[in-house]
Design a protein around this ligand. Structure first.
Ligand code: FMN
Length: 91
């Protein structure tokens, strides 16, 4: 048996009171019965990423490192993003 595809569902909205987690929870119920998918939700908000930071900055903030290390364990990513001013949120 092959191991399930490990997918990180990244909620791109970090706005206080955001709707994003509601959509993510719905997506969790959709994938719950799938044995070929393992869904993880590494919340960027929980990671408390700094507002001004790029991956090329060294050293990485510890919370950013934990977040990216989590992503490195995944096979695929879904970026669930709202539209802000006809684009995606800056964070
Ligand atoms: C600052 C801001 C800008 C927005 N800009 C757009 C937009 O350009 N087009 C659109 O269709 N909706 C826009 N919306 C609506 C959001 O995409 C929608 O409310 C979404 O569910 C917000 O996701 P969130 O609650 O997870 O942040 C905007 C909402 C906010 C708060």
């Amino acid at each position: 048996m092959t191991s399930p595809l490990r997918i990180a569902l990244i909620i791109a909205s970090t706005r206080e009171g955001r709707f994003g987690p509601t959509v993510a929870r719905w997506f969790e119920t959709v994938t719950a019965g799938r044995t070929d998918i393992e869904l993880t939700l590494p919340y960027p908000t929980d990671a408390d990423l700094p507002a001004h930071w790029t991956p090329n900055h060294t050293p990485s903030p510890p919370q950013a490192r934990a977040f990216t290390e989590h992503l490195a364990t995944c096979d695929a990513y879904i970026v669930q993003t709202p539209e802000y001013n006809h684009s995606f949120p800056a964070p």
